[in-house]
Design a protein around this ligand. Structure first.
Ligand code: RRO
Length: 310
């Protein structure tokens, strides 16, 4: 076993890195670039039943501390990603399919098609899209989350994962973990999606910086690292039978290592991938390798969840 290799759901990964869904994964050209990159796996853009153009532009904006977006689920429709997944060479690299149906019924239709296709692609069900006007985030409504997971687990018989929003209170970590733990089929949790409905203001123009929702959008990057690490660790502690995929604020190998210490098995890169392109993965791998070697680790598994408390 090499220093960076790991496994999830019985599948081997050459390293823990992949993109965050939504970044560099909307069409075949972008997905092929991830496939050709040093990422150990990759995930498709969250998809809906029908293609969507998404929200009006500008809908993504970078700041020195991260990003704000209100893309509004622009995607090619689930069949496009299913076709991509059916042509993918899984012996080269594992692939995740992200689903974000606009209703329970839509998710069930997509799940039915994915079941029939019987591919090695692993489903990441997005319960936390913050940017569809009029559609609250499912995972902030615990009854809706329970209903969605009951429906999906009845229809689908393979293990899958869920993309979670950040929570900010121990009562919410406890309540969400209780629901998730009642579904053994939910094999992994991706923590976190962007911190929803934030507002970035440009002082000179005295204006918001993105058009949809009067400037409100999900933030990522440096703004979210401590919140992401908290959510990874909170669910790592509360869901011992599940794996955690860390997402949020990864810009250097040091932050990959911090996610692993907090309990992550795999680590996703969003804002920094958007800024730097798929070359980011080679840089992060070099940096995290140097850090692990300096600390004397023989494998990343050895570091997982080993966060110390005072
Ligand atoms: O497309 C988006 O606006 C979007 C989605 Br689906 C999501 O899950 N997270 C995000 O920050 N943006």
């Amino acid at each position: 076993m090499s220093l960076l290799s790991t496994s999830l759901l019985g599948t081997q990964f050459t390293n823990p890195l992949l993109n965050a869904s939504g970044v560099w994964c909307r069409d075949k050209v972008e997905l092929d670039a991830l496939n050709a990159s040093q990422a150990g796996s990759f995930v498709t853009k969250s998809c809906t039943l029908e293609p969507r153009t998404g929200n009006p532009e500008p809908r993504y904006f970078s700041t020195p501390m991260g990003s704000i977006n209100s893309m509004g689920l622009p995607n090619e429709g689930y069949q496009y990603y299913l076709d991509y997944a059916s042509q993918h060479d899984y012996s080269h690299k594992p692939l995740f399919l992200s689903l974000a149906g606009l209703s329970v019924a839509d998710n069930l239709k997509m799940i039915e098609a994915i079941s029939k296709a019987n591919l090695p692609a692993v489903v990441e069900l997005n319960l936390s899209c913050p940017n569809v006007p009029g559609k609250p985030q499912i995972a902030y409504d615990f009854d809706a989350m329970q209903t969605m997971l009951e429906a999906v687990t009845q229809q689908y018989d393979k293990p899958f994962g869920v993309k979670m929003p950040p929570y900010f209170d121990f009562a919410h970590f406890d309540a969400a973990a209780k629901i998730l733990n009642s579904f053994p089929q939910v094999a992994f949790l991706t923590c976190i999606n962007s911190i929803g409905n934030a507002l970035v203001i440009d002082t000179e123009s005295e204006s918001v910086v993105i058009k949809p929702k009067n400037g409100f959008g999900g933030i990522g990057g440096d703004y979210v690292l401590p919140t992401a690490l908290a959510n990874v660790n909170a669910f790592y502690q509360r869901c011992p039978d599940k794996r955690i995929i860390g997402c949020g604020g990864v810009k250097t190998g040091e932050q990959v290592f911090q996610h692993i210490l907090a309990g992550a098995t795999l680590v996703q890169v969003g804002t920094e991938l958007h800024e730097e392109g798929p070359g980011v993965f080679a840089r992060l791998l070099t940096e995290v390798t140097a850090l692990l070697e300096r600390k004397g680790y023989k494998s990343i598994e050895e570091a997982r969840g080993k966060l110390r408390t005072l």
